[in-house]
Design a protein around this ligand. Structure first.
Ligand code: PXP
Length: 247
């Protein structure tokens, strides 16, 4: 049996809902604590440059209250670098960020930005953060991730998820084959492999089954499904599907 895969629950969209009214509820920290109680192995939160969902105070509260590791998602900017160095979360996942996008659309361009990323990552790693880079399933990018000193890569499953949802079965199969190949390739480079973006009850199994993938980070679907079945039940069902897939 493959090693147990960690489930990181991304609570960004609890904050999206809170911010829609500008008040204090629903509270993403309460959701994070509930997710931990329901079996999440860690909590992921993305402090975007425009603070459209998670805010600085949420990150501070998560650092103070979580009993599982915080995976702090951020862009490679000097502002975020300073915040991460001050708070020293367990993990820092560096993602590309464009103001006009509604979610993280593509993977990080690591190969073309190696010297800047090397300098960006080193102080974070020295501060004890496990640095992860969110990249497309592309061998060239993975080789660059190893060169710049990342401990972890998170493979972007957004294209696979979109093809799956749109019924483009062949394209989804091709993308899954790329992710499968790249998970093994990254593991050979001694990178810890995570995956995420767009994962749902319907599409999670083939990704969860990949033996090298140590962690999945899942947010939007779980928070949406919580409206119908409750957050704890949604997390428990995702956990069950992951465990079944690893058999
Ligand atoms: N992993 C990373 C690096 C992400 O940026 C996101 C989205 O914030 C996710 C995982 C989770 O994606 P989703 O909300 O679609 O499950």
């Amino acid at each position: 049996m493959a090693m147990k895969q960690r489930l990181g629950v991304n609570i960004d969209h609890v904050a999206t809902l809170r911010n829609a009214r500008g008040g204090a509820y629903p509270d993403p920290v309460r959701a994070a604590l509930m997710a931990e109680a329901a079996g999440a192995d860690g909590i992921t939160a993305h402090l975007r440059e425009d603070r459209r969902h998670i805010r600085d105070a949420d990150i501070e509260a998560l650092m103070a209250e979580l009993t599982t590791p915080l995976n702090f998602e951020m862009a490679a900017t000097s502002e975020m670098h300073a915040i991460a160095l001050r708070l020293k979360p367990h993990a820092v996942c560096i993602v590309p960020e464009k103001r006009e996008e509604c979610t993280t659309e593509g993977g990080l361009e690591v190969a073309a930005d190696q010297s800047r990323l090397t300098d960006f990552i080193a102080p974070l790693a020295q501060a004890g953060c496990r640095v992860s880079l969110f990249v497309a399933a592309d061998e060239r990018q993975l080789e660059a991730c190893a060169r710049v000193g990342a401990a972890v890569v998170e493979l972007h499953t957004g294209a696979y998820s979109d093809f799956h949802a749109e019924g483009h079965t062949q394209a989804a199969t091709d993308e899954l084959a790329r992710i499968t190949r790249c998970a093994a390739f990254a593991d050979d480079l001694d990178l810890e492999v995570h995956a995420g973006h767009g994962l749902t009850f319907d599409n999670v199994a083939p990704i969860a089954a990949l033996p090298q993938v140590a962690e999945l980070n899942i947010g939007h679907f779980l928070i949406g499904e919580a409206v119908f079945m409750g957050l704890a039940s949604a997390i428990a069902e995702m956990r069950r599907l992951m465990d079944d897939a690893r058999g």
